[in-house]
Design a protein. Structure first.
Length: 136
């Protein structure tokens, strides 16, 4: 069942919020990083966002990013988030090399990182503060 898989990936309300916000940040970053050149494929933002989200979810599942029972602290969570972001960036770089030039020739990896990295880390800090104030 789809809901069961979703619950296994991100158990708890906070984890689901984190996952949804991460996917939204990836989609916004993909749209901004691919939509700046005239004449590029209209599918480029969809291709990049889809690849980024699929890569993020697969890596997050493997690394247990949204596991509510892991006790790694805020610094560990920020480090793991950075590893995931760099993994997705590597995936997108490989995708850019593999796809025909007309699809992703104008993909700006630096812009993608400038958008996604601060948003994802800020989200982790915010959630960490909320958790700390709720459960002292």
């Amino acid at each position: 069942m789809v809901t069961s898989r979703w619950n296994n990936l991100a158990p708890g309300l906070t984890s689901k919020f984190n996952l949804a916000a991460d996917c939204f940040a990836l989609a916004v970053g993909a749209a901004a990083a691919t939509g700046h050149a005239a004449g590029s494929s209209g599918y480029a933002p969809v291709i990049v966002a889809g690849a980024a989200i699929v890569g993020w979810i697969a890596a997050a599942r493997a690394l247990r990013q949204y596991d509510i029972w892991k006790k790694q602290g805020i610094v560990g969570d920020l480090a793991l988030t950075s590893v995931l972001i760099l993994g997705v960036a590597t995936e997108l770089l490989l995708l850019r090399w593999l796809l025909p030039a007309r699809h992703l020739s104008d993909f700006a990896l630096g812009l993608f990182l400038q958008i996604v990295w601060p948003v994802a880390l800020s989200l982790r800090l915010f959630v960490g503060v909320v958790r700390a104030t709720r459960h002292p």
